[in-house]
Design a protein around this ligand. Sequence first.
Ligand SMILES: [Zn+2]
Length: 412
Amino acid sequence: MPLSPQRAVDELKELRELTSDESGAQRLAWTDTWLRAREWFAKKLAELPVEHHYDSAGNNWATLRGASKKSLLIGGHLDSVPNGGWLDGSLNTLAALEVLRRFASEFNGRPPVTIRIVDWADEEGARFGRSLLGSSAFAGTHSISSDRARSDRSGIKLEDALRRCGVEIDRFAEAENERKDAAAYIELHIEQGPVLERLDLPLGVVLGTKGVERHIVTFHGQEAHSGSTPMSARRDALAAAAKLALEIRDIARRYPDAVCTVGSLKTFPGIATAVVGRCEATLDQRDLDPGILARMYRDAQEASHRFAEEEKCTVEWSRLWSIEPVPFHTELLALCEQAVREVSGSSHRLPSGPLHDAAEVSRAGIPTAMMFVQSLRGISHNKIEDTREDHLELSVTALDRLASKTVDWILR
Ligand SMILES: [Zn+2]
C-alpha cells in the first residue's frame, strides 16, 4: 500500500460521522463515544501486522517491529473537547496510521527501525481539568496523587471514570515502561491559530511549546457604599485590576511571540451598590523564551504593585500553575523543515501557544519534532474548526517524509 493521504482524509470523515453530533465532535476522554472512536481505530489496526495494546495509563499503542529495537514514535489523540472540531488530535492519529501502513507495506512488515504509533489518553483534560494526562504518565511528569481527587461536573471521580475504562490509578506510572527504546517522537497537528493562514503557507515547523506562568492576582481595597463614598476616598480593587488588565497587553507587545491574558475577573461583594473591596484576576503569560517569560512575570508584578498603590489598595499573587518552555530537538527541527519544504515549497518556524503531548515526550528527554498545518480562520475547539483538504493531504505527505528522514537519523 503506498501512502494515501486521501484515505486519511476519508477516515477523518468516517470518524466525524461516528462520533459527532450537530454541535461538533463529542469524543470526551473516558466516555462511551471516546471508547467507540478507539474501537473503530482498533479495527483499522487489526488489518496491519502490528502488536496492539493499551498501557497502564490508557494510552493506545500499535507497534510495527523493525530490524532495530530503536523506535520512532508518532503520536496523536482521539479525544476531543465537548463540541470540538474534526481535526484536533484526530488528524495526527489518522496521519500516523497512514504512515504506519506505508512502512508496513514498503518493508514487508519489517522496517529498519521499530515504528510505534500512539493515541494518547485524555490530551484535552476537558472533563477533569487535567490536560496531557496519558502523555504525562508516559513522561513520568504526572501528578496523579493529587489528580485522583478530581471529579467531573456530575460528581464522577477521575479514579472511577478511569477504572471504567480499565485504567487503575495506582498502576498509572507503569506507562513509563513504554519509553524503552524510544529514539524519536514526531507529531503533526493543526495550528489552532491564524499565523500560517496569514502567511498563506500550508505547513509550518514548530519550534517548541511556550512556557506558561499562570497566577491569581488579588487586589484588596475597601468595600464601601457606592452612594456615600466620595471618589477621592475610594479604595477600589477593581480599578487597580482593570489597570493591570490593560497594562499586560503592552507588556506582551514588547516581544514578537509573547501573549498575556487576563481571562477572568471576580469582584467582591460584586453588587451594584458597593465599591469593590476585593478583586481576583487570573493572569496567563506565555513565551518560548524562558528569559522573556521571567521578564514578563516580573513586569506584571511591578505594574500590579504600582496600580495597587495608585488606588490605595494592596496586592497579592498566588501561582495557579506554570510550566517551562519546551524547545524541540534542533536536528529533528531541521529534518522537519526539509520535509515541509519538499512538500510545500517553503517553510516557516513558529512556536506553539497551546501545549501538546509532544511537549511531555520532549520533557522525558526523547528527541521530538512537531509540524503544524494551517487552520482556517485560526479557529479550534469549536465545530467550525477546519483545514483545506488539499492542505490536509499535504500534511500527511509531509509527516510521512519526516518519518522517513527521522528513521534515517535514528540509524545514523
Ligand atoms: Zn490536540
